[in-house]
Design a protein around this ligand. Structure first.
Ligand SMILES: *Cc1c(COP(=O)(O)O)cnc(C)c1O
Ligand code: SF4
Length: 338
């Protein structure tokens, strides 16, 4: 662990912590005593999904450990330049589903709002890195085009806020959305997909909790943690604050080579999540996104891991293993054949 004195994680205001995120790979390596990795790092212009990691997350990395599973999620490596066959720019078929209002409607009854293109952390395996978000977010024009589209579709009962990361928006902007959604009688559930409670727990402030507690629907919040080391006391406290608002907390992960591709790591993640009041929801097999082939776990190993994990966990701590297949009506379940 990094001594807390070298990090400014104590700042109360999450916006300050947001601005103080580490964006220079050489600085990150210096903070961790890993300057020797410099020649493995790829130079990425900041505006093109460069390195971005909040200091609170850096504080959970192990100094001197080149294989640290949190570091491995964010460090832009030269391996990203590998052009692997089958790895493309729109791996999950989002572009054809986009209606032009920041609303993605792929699955029956559920509409996903791309609330914003911003994230507090840049996860190197993420398909969002190639997505032309700036024009497509639902928050533009005070959410009006998105609301009009939802108003016109009585079949939608659940709205998902996603992105980017919707909790990077200021709370009053989120309230502006939910005030308008509350006028649509056919909406019965709200879901929020966010990584902020994990990577920037200070975001879970009183203002956010007041907003969540005031919503007229049952709310599910799906956080995104890939490794048990991400869940320290500060994160557990943020998750407890969220639970006290009445939201149901779920987690999704991605299976990543070099991060969480062993049974004990995945089992510990489920156990830590549960101890913090979060149930495992999905474990996604990697989307085949350009620049992410070094994270892919071989098929035979995937099967071994799935059976191994199922063997050692109670059923309710076993996430649903899924693969997103473009054009399918739901995330495709993955179960190792016997
Ligand atoms: C993943 C996803 C959802 C949610 O799917 P669930 O199986 O309900 O979690 C909804 N819309 C889109 C576009 C998605 O990609
Ligand atoms: S959308 Fe989620 S997984 Fe992708 S970069 Fe942002 S925080 Fe990471």
């Amino acid at each position: 662990m990094i001594p807390a004195s070298s990090l400014s994680t104590q700042a109360a205001d999450w916006r300050l912590q947001w601005r103080e995120a580490v964006t220079d790979p050489q600085q990150l390596l210096a903070m961790l005593g890993l300057d020797r990795l410099a020649d493995q790092v790829r130079a990425v212009p900041r505006q093109h999904f460069g390195l971005r990691v909040p200091r609170s997350f850096v504080g959970r990395m192990r100094a001197g450990d080149a294989a640290d599973p949190l570091l491995r999620q964010v460090l832009p490596l030269r391996d990203e330049l590998i052009q692997a066959p089958g790895f493309g720019l729109d791996a999950v078929g989002d572009l054809p589903s986009l209606a032009g209002t920041g609303v993605l409607h792929k699955y029956q009854g559920r509409a996903l709002l791309i609330a914003t293109g911003s994230c507090a952390i840049h996860c190197r395996y993420c398909f969002r890195q190639h997505f032309p978000y700036s024009e497509q977010t639902a928050a533009r024009d005070r959410w009006k085009p998105a609301i009009e589209q939802l108003r016109g579709d009585q079949g939608i009962s659940e709205v998902l806020l996603s992105g980017g990361d919707p909790l990077t928006l200021a709370t009053p902007r989120l309230r502006e959305l939910t005030d308008q959604l509350a006028e649509l009688a056919h909406i019965r559930r709200l879901r929020i997909h966010t990584r902020l409670p994990i990577v920037l727990p200070a975001r879970v402030d009183a203002e956010l909790c007041n907003w969540l507690g005031s919503l007229p629907w049952p709310v599910a919040m799906v956080v995104h943690s890939n490794h048990g080391n991400e869940i320290d006391d500060e994160v557990a406290a943020a998750l407890a604050r969220l639970r006290s608002t009445g939201v149901s907390l779920l987690n999704q992960s991605v299976l990543l080579k070099g991060v969480n591709d062993d049974v004990a790591t995945l089992a510990t993640l489920s156990e830590r999540l549960f101890a913090a009041g979060v149930l495992p929801y999905y474990l996604h097999l990697l989307d085949r996104v350009q620049g992410s082939s070094h994270y892919e776990v071989p098929e035979a190993r995937i099967a071994e891991l799935e059976r191994g994990l199922r063997t050692c966990l109670p059923g309710y701590l076993m996430p649903r293993w899924v693969r997103e297949v473009a054009g399918e009506p739901y995330k495709t379940p993955y179960v190792a054949s016997l």
